[in-house]
Design a protein around this ligand. Structure first.
Ligand code: HEM
Length: 163
């Protein structure tokens, strides 16, 4: 317990890895959008998105295993047992539930965006009839992922940073 590297025990190593990834995701997304809108470099845009998806998928799977191995999120957060009042636990639980709305919808939207793009754009990718659908799915994914990141950080803040 408390093997995190950000200096907020009782956070774990994988919780800190995922929280750091959540911070990094937003600038990487902005870079990917810059590649499309300014540089019109669709191939690098595709590669950045695919790399981001694979790295996040691996991090989240390891994170879920880590949480289970530590006996669940409530046990990690309330360490040593009884550290947090029931009211504080309730607040943290609420922030987690809000986070989960975005954390569950993001992989679905993102997966649909990637699957559609890989199927319907040429290789190397260039604007095509699929562009209209892709722009809508793409922006929805960007917003959803950003909200996943922000709400994940809010959860971490209430669970570990606030004393
Ligand atoms: C979930 C992953 C992805 C997201 C979030 C995403 C996001 C976006 C967004 C928001 C735009 C529109 C920019 C604008 O408003 O002009 C865009 C454009 C584009 N993306 Fe993606 N993208 C993703 C994956 C991919 C993949 C995997 C490919 C290629 C196989 C691809 C190819 C393109 C192309 C060709 C355009 C230009 C469309 C046009 O302007 O006509 N994208 N992307």
């Amino acid at each position: 317990m408390g093997s995190g590297f950000l200096g907020y025990p009782p956070s774990t190593l994988m919780l800190d890895v995922v929280v750091s990834a959540l911070v990094l995701v937003v600038p990487i997304l902005l870079f990917s959008l810059y590649l499309v809108k300014v540089r019109k470099n669709y191939t690098v845009h595709r590669n950045v998105q695919l790399l981001l998806a694979v790295v996040l998928l691996i991090a989240v799977v390891l994170f879920e295993i880590d949480i289970r191995l530590h006996g669940g999120w409530e046990k990690i957060v309330d360490q040593p047992a009884g550290r947090l009042t029931p009211e504080r636990m309730a607040t943290i639980r609420q922030t987690l539930y809000v986070h989960l709305v975005f954390a569950f919808s993001t992989p679905v939207l993102w997966g649909a965006t990637i699957a559609g793009a890989l199927r319907r754009f040429a290789n190397p990718p260039v604007p095509a009839p699929h562009s209209g659908v892709h722009k809508v799915l793409g922006w929805a994914s960007v917003i959803d992922l950003t909200l996943t990141s922000v709400t994940g950080l809010v959860f971490y803040y209430f669970a570990f940073v606030v004393k």
